[in-house]
Ligand binder design. Structure first.
Ligand code: NAP
Length: 253
């Protein structure tokens, strides 16, 4: 297909984004709404969702907890058919493995892996043929980082899930892909910086410089870098791209 720079293929698509009240999910919501899509964002905190929904007439919100199967079922029961579902909700915590409790391990798997399973499974049931499923994984799904073993394990799991589901849906023209950002400027990163600073005695600026140095381009990833990739994956130009884990990481991988 020749490339078309005046592509309006996203217009009027119905998109659901979990974790849309902040960070990457909020940017995805704005980017898809600006491209003409009808967007539903979901998360647990109504005030944050309301704030993002107020930015654009095409963004609506629902309260849902992706770790709770009944909540995810109710979220999708309330939607008409969908064209694009993005499992973006996630959380991070850090500790050396020997100080990681079973509870911490389980919490990371619940939100970052089971939450994606529940979202993609329910999303698939509502997806039009030719639809798009995406998960926001991480470079932590493709390589190891110290002190975040449960997060890394969960994100590696997301990539396995995406690769398997892509095989199941290929004949329906549905694509399934993982977006793998490196360190990205969001509230989650701010939390990680505060945590590193508290545990190491580095200032937050020093901690930020350390994380920035992992990116060969010498910059933190911006949520808009992730949104641009998601918009491309949602377009007809990416019909042949499925089962991929796409690093958005300035060459870190
Ligand atoms: P963020 O601003 O903290 O956003 C995470 C969102 O997920 C929040 O809006 C949060 O809202 C929602 N959420 C958390 N637990 C949830 C649950 N149980 N049910 C429903 N929603 C839930 O962080 P972010 O950086 O944008 O993270 C988005 C995704 O990108 C995550 O999957 C993260 O792992 C991934 N990622 C981030 C980075 C980074 O450096 N920032 C790098 C690579 C990948 P509520 O708390 O209100 O529910």
């Amino acid at each position: 297909m020749p490339s078309d720079t005046t592509d309006n293929s996203i217009a009027d698509k119905r998109v659901l984004i979990t974790g849309g009240g902040s960070g990457i999910g909020a940017d995805l919501a704005r980017a898809f709404a600006n491209a003409g899509a009808q967007v539903i964002i979901a998360g647990r905190t109504e005030a944050k969702l309301q704030q993002i929904a107020a930015l654009h007439a095409k963004i609506d919100y629902r309260i849902a907890d992706v770790t709770d199967a009944a909540s995810v079922t109710a979220l999708f029961a309330d939607c008409d058919s969908l064209d694009i579902v993005i499992a973006n909700a996630g959380a991070a915590s850090s500790a050396p493995l020997r100080k990681t409790s079973l509870e911490d391990w389980q919490r990371m798997l619940d939100v970052n892996l089971t939450g994606v399973f529940l979202t993609l499974q329910a999303g698939l049931a509502k997806l039009s043929d030719g639809g798009r499923l995406m998960a926001v994984a991480s470079t932590a799904g493709l390589k190891g980082y110290p002190y975040v073993a449960p997060y890394c394990a969960a994100k590696h799991g997301v990539i396995g899930l995406v690769r398997a589901l892509a095989q199941e849906t290929a004949k329906q023209g549905i694509t399934v892909n993982a977006l793998c950002p490196g360190f990205t400027e969001t509230p989650l990163l701010d939390e990680s910086l505060a945590n590193i600073s508290a545990k190491t005695g580095l200032s937050e600026a020093q901690a930020r410089a350390q994380l920035t140095a992992t990116n060969p381009q010498g910059r933190l990833i911006q949520p808009s870098d992730v949104s641009a990739t998601a918009l491309w994956l949602a377009s007809p130009h990416a019909q042949a791209i499925t089962g991929q884990a796409i690093a958005i990481a300035g060459g870190e991988l």
